[in-house]
Design a binder for this molecule. Sequence first.
Ligand code: PRX
Length: 635
Amino acid sequence: MGDSYQAFHRRSIEDREAFWAEQARRIDWHKPFGPVLDYRRPPFAKWFVGGETNLCHNALDRHLAERGEQPALIYLSTETGQQGSYTYRQLHAEVNRCAAVMQGLGVKKGDRVLVYMPMIAEAVFAILACARLGAIHSVVFGGFASHSLAARIDDARPKLMVTSDAGMRGGKVIPYKHLVDEAIRLSATPPEKVLICNRGLDPGMSWVAGRDLDYAPLREAHLNAQVPVAWLESSEPSYILYTSGTTGKPKGVQRDTGGHAVALAASMEYIFCCDPGDTMFCTSDIGWAVGHSYIIYGPLLRGMTTVMYEGLPIQPDPGIWWRIVEQHRPKVMFSSPTAVRVLKKQDPAYLKQYDVGSLRYLFLAGEPLDEPTARWISQELGVEVIDNYWQTETGWPILAATPGIEKLPRKFGSPSFPVYGYDMRLLHEQTGEPVGANERGVVTIVPPLPPGCMTTVWGDDERFVQTYFSGFRQQVYSTFDWATRDADGYYFILGRTDDVINVAGHRLGTREIEEAISTHPAVAEAAVVGTRDPVKGQAVTAFVVLKDATQTQTEAGAAAMEKAVMATVDEQLGAIARPAQVHFITLLPKTRSGKVLRRSLQALAERRDPGDLTTLDDPTALEQVRAAVAPPRKK
Ligand code: PRX
């Protein structure tokens, strides 16, 4: 390429429209766009105005002539032992069948389809079928339980839900359809139909007559279906993906169509260094932003082969990933620091048993990557590890090394530099002025946000502006992350500025968990904080005030209540949000105006100095917290 990264980045900002117009050539446009950017209504950015395109066409149809017989999707499950491979032609056929089934159920352009599925190929068919029809998919991570699902149903108001009888995790069957039934019961705006991909894992699954439909016979009835793609104007929404923030109500991150396709296609070359025909193995889940972008859309838009894996990294043994690499020969892998830390605790001999020579890069994202973990995996695999920082909101990396443009030295602990397209500023929390080298600031992006980033909060433009663009005097997008930048320009992410916690790379809102705990009839109040965890980065720690404190006076009483609190969270939100620790106290530390002092709670739970306590209302609350988190005395 011969371009210095600095110049490349500068051009992406200073000559923004020309830069992105060039990138837009990576995809097919049914109708060419006019202006590259419409930014008449800041901070709302519309990219590739008037251009018409379709994500499914660009992910599949476009590749048929040249690579119809190349594998597009390789699917394997160590949970069920199933595996399969779909060429571009076969995947195209499956997506057409699925689109025809959906069309038969009345799904049209602009309708929402909620996908609540395990990591099976049919989930990819359903997602791409939505894209084909111009329907807006909203995938909900299978680890979320009925209450979370119901909240998302009511916000997205889907015409159709697509689900499975069950998923599997660590050999255990996890019923999905059962949770869907419960969520629909709780929902104010239930979908008309539920399409079920029955894996035969849950013999007890019940069917609701007239509402629930079995996918297999419907697919059979549409084996030769050819569903024309719906051409969408570039800014029309392609999907909604819910994520957590400060309030208890999850936000529907809305993504456009054209900008999304262009941004992901470009990232595959510049960041991931992948060519058409290469293979990528991303260990995320289709329910997360990483799965949307780098299991499904990114690799397929680039004409690559994507590997989708249902199973744990340590089952049947901790060599499973490397066995997959030996067998399917990916050039790049994408995973999370937590997963690597889990593997680091296993016998390293597993890694040595396999030929991982195809791998060139391992990308890790979602949470801070500590130096020992990065160093260990890099040495063991003999590949470059690329820490990249981004958010559900952006859909693709904000900070990353971009080896496809220029190979620059990397520093452990740093996701390197701002990616092209992002005009970043580190701002002082109070003054809003840019901070100097090694000074802590809030990571912000000067709008317009580049293509591929969220265009609004689904159904709530005002919330988009209020949440993300109103924290500073000047209108900038706030990531809600702290960072420093060293004298060489390398960024270091320090953690969130808000009440979001990050457990194993999963983003959870403390308010959501508190609200879930408070639904238990015995609970008066709860406060949740994230506390340091050596493997998962953070763990959920809950402080709970009961209506009747005598309930936890005995050890047995406390143990029973702890179980009940955990079960309530499991039931409402899902096991991923389950507190690792529950402490019972009779008073939460609050300010005189009634705000819970979460930072002090967190500090005490981590046995650190609780910081400034001048606003604390009742000091006895702190003493209780101290006593609650103290390590148990040896008997
Ligand atoms: O706090 C940052 C952290 O994860 C948040 C975004 O989470 P999510 O929306 O689930 O998107 C994940 C997409 C990769 C960020 O606000 N985070 C993400 N990547 C990193 C990170 N923290 C440190 N280093 C990273 N590389």
